[in-house]
Design a protein around this ligand. Structure first.
Ligand code: ADP
Ligand code: MG
Ligand code: ZN
Length: 484
């Protein structure tokens, strides 16, 4: 069935909160290591005692500046902290220290990895994380739990323009951003551990319209896949409401992964509700040109640039280059292996993208546990020059894990070296033709395809060790050249 194209266009904007990977919290010197026992990494400041004074952690500013520069945003030379007032147990001060009318950086862009266009970023600002509020796992215990280890962890909030056009683009945006955060080392960016959190804003408008419709904001999204699913659901809901003659209420909604639906939490608060005002305890954040220059100079090659370079230098497809640059360490591994290998870079790319990544996944290992780039290069070369077959190469790779022997030694030990020795090949070739008079007659009568049949028999006799190309050559010369 062909469906009429929808007259509606979705508009999506994402707010991403990222915990920065600093040693200490943003306004005190408490450490913030994930997984510590609850309420063990706390002090008067991050517990919100009255009168305790915040002192800004310079490392948090440096990381946020690094990220801003990576996103090509304009960093203000003077940004300010503001108090965002709200009442909730996760913040005993009654306000969150954030940045409001003078954020750290504005007007950046993120080049989407898959959709080939850049999404404008409105702003990046610093703020403190709140305590973690959770239900007791024991339903009989009718109490909530508060963990202040999270309170005061430095966050940078990255706010996209309402410029994403589909759930797939939103997914792409998050993956691209995730990759950037890991490349720059600014965050673990782990959604499961809460070091990357995302709110999704969505509205619809008639196609071709430049106005923005009323948006809803979806919270409680805990994986990229859920973001896409929630947006999909919410877009359909907007269309249903509007086409049914109703109006979208400006509200905050919660995603329920179990039912695959969103439900209303509360009406959307506006900036007025937060009573923003400058925090009198914190001086403005000054970022001079020298600091921005240093940040620029310390940036690694950004993932999207690296992808372009690998594709261009080694003739890889954009998709392969994307996979190989999904992690900085993987891209390093690929480039190191190429440097050691005599075989073409394309062969190396195929091995790493396919077999190596599969082994990593099966073993639950990271790339630093894989065979060294030097050993990997030898393996690729052994297969490339026909010393071992590609099937044997795969078995060899499995054995190379956690072993230090050179792949060639290991291949010999495992009996995987292909035999090209004339006498042994000849014995297998003769054996393959034994008792095959009718087939030989057919072959000689013009049924060329039977050569493969003979090669197969010979390979079987050799237990898979014969070099199939050499064996085929030999069989052909026997069959074409003499009477058997
Ligand atoms: P708030 O904190 O009130 O949600 P922010 O300015 O922090 O406001 O974030 C607003 C987010 O919502 C941005 O990502 C922006 O792109 C997005 N947004 C704003 N208006 C719309 C709209 N009409 N439709 C979809 N997204 C929108
Ligand atoms: Mg919001
Ligand atoms: Zn503290």
């Amino acid at each position: 069935m062909i469906r009429a194209p929808s007259p509606w266009e979705p508009v999506i904007g994402l707010e991403v909160h990222v915990q920065l990977r600093t040693e200490t919290k943003i306004f005190c010197r408490c450490p913030h290591r994930f997984g510590a026992a609850p309420n063990t990494q706390v002090c008067e400041v991050c517990l919100g005692y009255p009168g305790a004074l915040p002192v800004l952690n310079r490392a948090a500013v440096d990381q946020a500046v690094l990220l801003s520069v990576a996103l090509d945003a304009e960093v203000r030379d003077r940004s300010t902290f503001a108090r965002k007032s709200y009442f909730y147990p996760d913040s005993p001060k009654g306000y969150q220290i954030s940045q409001h009318d003078r954020p750290l950086a504005e007007r950046g862009a993120l080049p989407l990895a898959r959709h080939g266009r850049a999404v404008p970023i409105e702003r990046l600002h610093l703020e403190e994380d709140a305590a973690k509020l959770s239900r007791s796992p024991d339903p009989a215990e009718k109490q909530d739990r508060l963990d202040f280890n999270r309170s005061g962890i430095p966050l940078v909030e990255i706010v996209s323009a309402p410029a994403l056009r589909s759930p797939a683009e939103a997914h792409d945006y998050l993956q691209t951003l995730h990759r950037l955060l890991r490349y720059t080392g600014t965050s673990d960016a782990n959604m499961e551990e809460g070091s990357l959190r995302c709110d999704a804003n969505v509205s619809i408008r008639p196609k071709g319209s430049a106005d923005l419709g009323t948006r809803t904001e979806i919270k409680n999204l805990n994986s990229f896949r859920h973001v896409a699913r929630a947006l999909h659901y919410e877009i359909e809901r907007h269309i249903r409401v509007v086409e049914g003659g109703g109006r979208i209420a400006s509200e905050t909604r919660a995603w329920d992964g179990a039912t695959g639906t969103t439900r209303r939490l509360r009406p959307k608060e506006g900036p007025g509700d937060y009573r923003y005002f400058p925090d009198p305890d914190l001086p403005p954040v000054r970022v001079d040109r020298e600091r921005i220059r240093r940040a620029r100079a310390s940036l690694p090659e950004l993932p999207w640039r690296r992808r372009e370079r690998l594709a261009a230098t080694f003739g890889l497809s954009r998709e392969d280059a994307l996979t190989l640059t999904s992690k900085r360490e993987l891209a390093d591994y690929f480039e190191a292996t190429v440097a050691f290998a005599a075989a073409p870079a394309g062969d190396v790319a195929n091995w790493i993208r396919g077999d190596v990544l599969r082994e990593l996944k099966d073993r639950g290992h990271r790339i630093d546990r894989a065979p060294t780039p030097e050993a990997m290069a030898q393996l690729v070369d052994l297969v490339h020059d026909g010393t071992v077959s590609s099937i044997a190469g795969k078995r060899l790779l499995g054995k190379m894990w956690g072993r230090s022997e050179a792949p060639r030694r290991l291949a010999a030990e495992m009996g995987l070296l292909q035999v090209r020795d004339g006498t042994r090949l000849e014995a297998w070739a003769r054996g393959a033709l034994e008792g095959q008079a009718p087939q030989i007659a057919l072959y000689r009568g013009g049924k060329d395809g039977l050569l493969g049949y003979f090669v197969g028999r010979g390979m079987g006799l050799s237990g898979g060790k014969a070099d199939p190309k050499a064996l085929a050559r030999l069989l052909r010369s026997i069959l074409d050249g003499e009477n058997t």
